[in-house]
Write a protein that binds this ligand. Structure first.
Ligand code: DC
Length: 227
C-alpha cells in the first residue's frame, strides 16, 4: 500500500477527489484542512481570537494539549466526519466564520507541529490518501504519489459559493472570492510549511474538468504506480 498526498489551493476540489479515490481503492482518507479548522473552532469557542482577528498564540500554545481531533465514518454520507474532543463538528468547521480565521491559526508553528505529528502517525502504515497544503512537502515527503491541484480563482470561488448556498448559508460571492484569495496569500507566504508544489508532484489544473474526469485521471495515476 502506498501513500498518496494531494495538495493545492483552497476550494479546488482536492477533498472530493481524495475522498473518491480513497473509497475506490479502499484506502483511509484524511482531510488535514479539517484538523486546522478544528483548532480554529477551538480558538473561536474559547475566545482566543481577538477583535482584530489576531490569535492569542501564547494562550493557544498553553492549551494545545486540550485539542483532540479525530475522524469517524458517517454511515449516511459514507464519508468521515471531523470530531473535536469527541463532538461531531463537521458542519461547524465549514462555516465562513471558521474559514476566515483558519489561515492565521494554521500559520502558527506549534499548531503545525502538533497536527503534522498526528498526521504522520495516521499514515504510518501507508494505505492513506491525505489532502492539504503541505502533505507532499512536509508531512509525507516520501509519498509515492503526489498531486498538486489547482484551478482559477473565480472558478474556485464559484464552487465554494455554490457549496455554501446548497448548505443554506447566506453567502456573498465577492466575500467568498476575497476570503479564498486572502487564504491562498497567507497559506503560500507563511514561514512554516507554506503551500507549494513538491518538485516531484504531478500538476492537475481542473478548471475545465468535470468531477468524473478528475476521478478517472487520478485512478489512472494510482494504477501506474501501484499495479
Ligand atoms: O483545505 P481547507 O480549505 O479545508 O483548509 C483550511 C485551512 O487550513 C487552509 O486555509 C490552510 C490550512 N491548511 C494548512 O495550512 N495545511 C494543510 N495541510 C491543510 C490545510
Amino acid at each position: 500500500m502506498i501513500t498518496i498526498a494531494i495538495d493545492g489551493h483552497s476550494s479546488c476540489g482536492k477533498s472530493t477527489m481524495a475522498k473518491d479515490l480513497a473509497r475506490e481503492i479502499g484506502y483511509i482518507y484524511i482531510d488535514s484542512g479539517a484538523m486546522y479548522r478544528c483548532c480554529t473552532l477551538f480558538c473561536i469557542e474559547q475566545g482566543l481570537i481577538n477583535a482584530d482577528g489576531s490569535v492569542q498564540a501564547d494562550e493557544l500554545e498553553r492549551r494545545m494539549s486540550e485539542i483532540h481531533v479525530s475522524f469517524q465514518l458517517n454511515p449516511e454520507t459514507g464519508r468521515p466526519d471531523a470530531y473535536l474532543n469527541g463532538r461531531n463538528v463537521e458542519q461547524r468547521i465549514r462555516t465562513m466564520e471558521v474559514s476566515s480565521h483558519v489561515s492565521p491559526v494554521a500559520a502558527l508553528p506549534f499548531v503545525r507541529a502538533a497536527m503534522t505529528a498526528q498526521q504522520q502517525e495516521m499514515g504510518r502504515d501507508g494505505g492513506i490518501v491525505m489532502d492539504g497544503r503541505d502533505i507532499g512537502t512536509a508531512v509525507f515527503p516520501n509519498a509515492e504519489l503526489k498531486i498538486f491541484v489547482t484551478a482559477s480563482d473565480e472558478i474556485r470561488a464559484q464552487r465554494r459559493y455554490d457549496e455554501l448556498i446548497a448548505k443554506g448559508e447566506d453567502a456573498d460571492f465577492n466575500e467568498v472570492l476575497a476570503n479564498l484569495r486572502e487564504r491562498d496569500r497567507i497559506d503560500s507566504t507563511r514561514a512554516v510549511a507554506p503551500l507549494r508544489q513538491a518538485p516531484d508532484a504531478l500538476v492537475l489544473d481542473n478548471s475545465h474538468m468535470t468531477i468524473p474526469e478528475q476521478k478517472q485521471w487520478l485512478i489512472e495515476q494510482y494504477h501506474k504506480l501501484a499495479d
